[in-house]
Design a protein around this ligand. Structure first.
Ligand SMILES: [Zn+2]
Length: 405
């Protein structure tokens, strides 16, 4: 808890933290973390993309424990930070007690999970989904390139850490829930079954500008009317044909020119939807142009569709799901299996090495805000569950150790 609270002082903003990746506050926090790892007896370094890595000495295989220490603008003190400090604490206990044998702990703080430059940047490079060359040209909103930010921080030119299924036997990411489910169900541990996939697209309806007083309704080519109608039908389809956990968001509407007395010639709608099932995602993806064609016939407009990012759902490792569930039982912590609606570094590790993730409750479900908090007792229960999972994995005969993923 002392480490977590000390980390929260870097970039403190009222009751929260403002520590975007590679800002001076974030660089100071990385230096602090690296130093804290060394004090705990770990081999520590910051790699060429700014991820902080601490490794217990003397092992040949590692359980990777981590998350991220950057935050969203004016964010909370636990999102990411808790998982990294949990890793540090478990690694410290390994060194102090001399446990683990040839299995050690590798603590990871992946850089820029929250996307000042690119979301999941550190873990994308760690998982070899992107090369350093592919990311260093990316610019932040203030026009800083990642290359110059890494250079200024002194990280440029350092070797980049890479995932290795031969030596990284598992990835565990403890995290705050960032939603209200655990609290409302009176559970202490949420065992993540999968991180949902998310898809985005932008649809534009093209009609014709006319006088809104003189053009009869039946003769209009009203792109605003088309958009409203589309939005209602899309939500209706998701409600009827989605799954229990399907979520969708029509997060932005643009109307041109946006006047009382002009029939709208052009409208734009941002669509995002998430689910853990590739089948449900496909169903929604396929209905989008079908509904658009119906609406265009009805309103005498045309449409254009721009596909945005598509993130595949990532299933967590079944053995680790069972291990976390058993550990929660052992710690008398009521648990619940649930999907993660938010993206995490774990979604990139999951296809490569056995990956497990669990949540502790967020007070009032609040996150990505300075109001974000978790009861101290619940944080401690989370750490007990993690250490119980890891104790089980390093014990002889663990099914995971020899599992090929
Ligand atoms: Zn996070």
């Amino acid at each position: 808890m002392a480490d977590l609270r000390e980390l929260a002082e870097f970039g403190r903003y009222e009751s929260g933290v403002n520590r975007r990746a590679l800002t001076p506050e974030d660089i100071a926090a990385r230096a602090w973390l690296e130093n804290r790892m060394r004090q705990a007896g770990l081999d520590a370094r910051i790699d060429g993309v700014g991820s902080v890595i601490g490794t217990t000495p003397g092992a040949t295989r590692y359980i990777v424990v981590g998350s991220h220490t950057d935050t969203v603008p004016k964010g909370g003190w636990l999102d990411g930070a808790m998982g990294v400090i949990f890793g540090l604490e478990v690694a410290r206990a390994f060194v102090e007690s001399g446990t683990g044998g040839d299995i050690g702990i590798q603590v990871m703080s992946f850089n820029d999970e929250e996307g000042r430059f690119a979301g999941l940047m550190g873990s994308s490079v760690f998982c070899s989904l992107k090369t350093l060359e592919e990311v260093i040209g990316i610019r932040a909103d203030d026009n800083t390139t990642l290359a110059s930010a890494l250079e200024d921080a002194g990280y440029a030119g350092q070797p980049v850490a890479e995932i290795d299924p031969a030596t990284h036997i598992a990835y565990l990411e403890p995290h705050i829930e960032q939603g209200p489910l655990l609290e409302s169900r009176k559970k202490k541990i949420g065992i993540v079954t999968e991180i949902v996939g998310a898809e985005r697209c932008r649809i534009r309806f093209l009609g014709q500008a006319d006088h809104a007083g003189t053009t009869p309704m039946a003769m209009r080519r009203d792109a605003a009317g088309a958009l409203y109608d589309y939005a209602v039908r899309f939500a209706g389809f998701c409600r009827e044909h989605g799954g229990d956990n399907t979520v969708w968001n029509l997060g932005n509407v643009g109307l041109e020119p946006g006047a009382y007395n002009v029939v709208t010639p052009e409208s734009t709608l941002y669509i995002e939807y998430r689910d853990g099932s590739p089948e449900i995602l496909r169903r929604i993806r396929e209905i989008i142009p079908v509904l658009a064609t119906e609406i265009c016939d009805l309103h005498d407009v045309e449409y254009e569709l721009d596909d945005g990012v598509r993130a595949q759902p990532a299933a967590m490792n079944e053995t680790l799901i069972n291990c976390i569930e058993a550990a929660a039982d052992k710690c008398d912590a009521p648990s619940l299996r649930m999907p993660s609606g938010a993206g995490h570094d774990a979604m990139l590790c999951a296809p490569i090495i056995p990956t497990g993730m669990f949540f502790v409750p967020s007070i009032d479900g609040r996150s990505h805000d300075i109001a974000e908090d978790t009861k101290e007792d619940d944080i401690i229960i989370g750490l007990r569950v993690l250490s119980t999972v890891i104790s089980g994995l390093v014990a002889d005969g663990s099914p995971l150790i020899n599992q090929t993923h």
